[in-house]
Design a protein around this ligand. Sequence first.
Ligand code: KIV
Length: 270
Amino acid sequence: MGNPTKPVTTQDFIRMKQAGRAIAVLTAYDFPTARILDEIGIDAVLVGDSANMVFYGEPSTLSITVDQMIYHTRAVARAVKRALVIADMPFMSYQVNADEALRNAGRFLKETGATAVKMEGGLPILPTIRRTIEAGIPVMGHIGLVPQSIHRFGGYGVRGRTAEERTFLKESAIALEDAGCFSMVLEAIPADFASEISQSIKIPTIGIGAGVGCDGQVLVTNDLLGLFEDFQPKFVRRYAELAQTMREAFARYVQDVRDRKFPSDDESYS
Ligand code: KIV
């Protein structure tokens, strides 16, 4: 579990929860970011379909394809030696039926080197999740705010504020555990309720906007680095201001070129 050289497994996730060790997860979509995350000892790298927004500049996660996600997951998995690599199944790659879902989930394991896949949704997609796990593919669930259903709910608001939503989320969490998921993301859920869910199941919950009572946390790396500036959800903590750092570096380069200060003699061949 804490071994810095041994690859993290889905079983380690469950052991970390049992040991009360909080699980740290971040997203990555490219080789260099994934390599740095792995080097600093992140527990898992999620190749999120958030790539569609923060990498491709699309307004939602909906239009990213399986082929695009495979391309990004392959780059990430190539960089990672220790962390668990989890690939996000894109919208409509698992919703049609369990056969298609299994075929697509299988592609992620066969073609990328990822260890597990993530699917959004609770009770309604249980048969698909069960079928995928029975085929030997570990599945991370994802309930609460599920961005692939944005048009059904009409916004990215907090889930689990009504009794009806709470019942659905609690039953979904228990059902995901029963189906064999090794963990689940809880997104945008009131902290006290996310904590209650976390305590009611044995598999770890990984929170995003769900408070400190979850068994681990995940953020979109571009948010944490201050690289995605279009909007900042309440739950994001920015650990750097890389967009500003990049602006300053690029502007200095442009100025140096225009002033004929780059390249210097040292940076030139004689
Ligand atoms: O796509 C993603 O990055 C995610 C995380 C925000 C959990 O699903």
